[in-house]
Write a protein that binds this ligand. Sequence first.
Ligand code: FES
Ligand code: FES
Length: 201
Amino acid sequence: MNDDQDSPSTGQSTLPAASEITAAPAAFGKYRAPTRAAFGLTSPVETSSVHLTINGQPREFHLAPWTTLLDALRLYAGLMGTKKGCDHGQCGACTVLVNGTRINSCLTLAVMQQGQQITTIEGLGTATSLSALQQAFIDHDAFQCGYCTPGQICSAQGLLYEGKAHTEDEIREQMSGNLCRCGAYVNILAAVKEVVDAQTA
Ligand code: FES
Ligand code: FES
């Protein structure tokens, strides 16, 4: 049996074609998560109405109760800036701010954040009006592949709000939940330190 087969008796795959499930979005805002029917599932799923304010915009979703905040943002709000790395709270790629506090969005259900203010990387600045941290990351070349960068910047924004980290060692410690597989730590530290110093000057 090869990897495409899920039935040893028939050799027939019951999975839908990949093109039916994950057609690339023409634009991030137009992306819609695959329906249950695409997976051959027909039983109804009880959904919950979830109200979130995302980057200042009130949004309402009807979500299965097990939908993580990360999936709600990426699949239902169409905000792909927040990244899924480990999906287990280990890497920090999914870091967003909830009422100004940084959290791993893969470790919380969307329904648990009912009514909360969510800020993602898209809400921190725009291409023509970068936040201080976004500009510092560019200035210090603080990324290589960039996959961890949204989480790094959201986490650093949370660190700034907390106001507890001032020295390089303190910043390293407070940013230790955000991994960078490219090893851009020296430059990330320099970028964050620059903004911390500017804030406390
Ligand atoms: S994807 Fe959430 S911590 Fe890794
Ligand atoms: S820049 Fe590639 S993982 Fe951090």
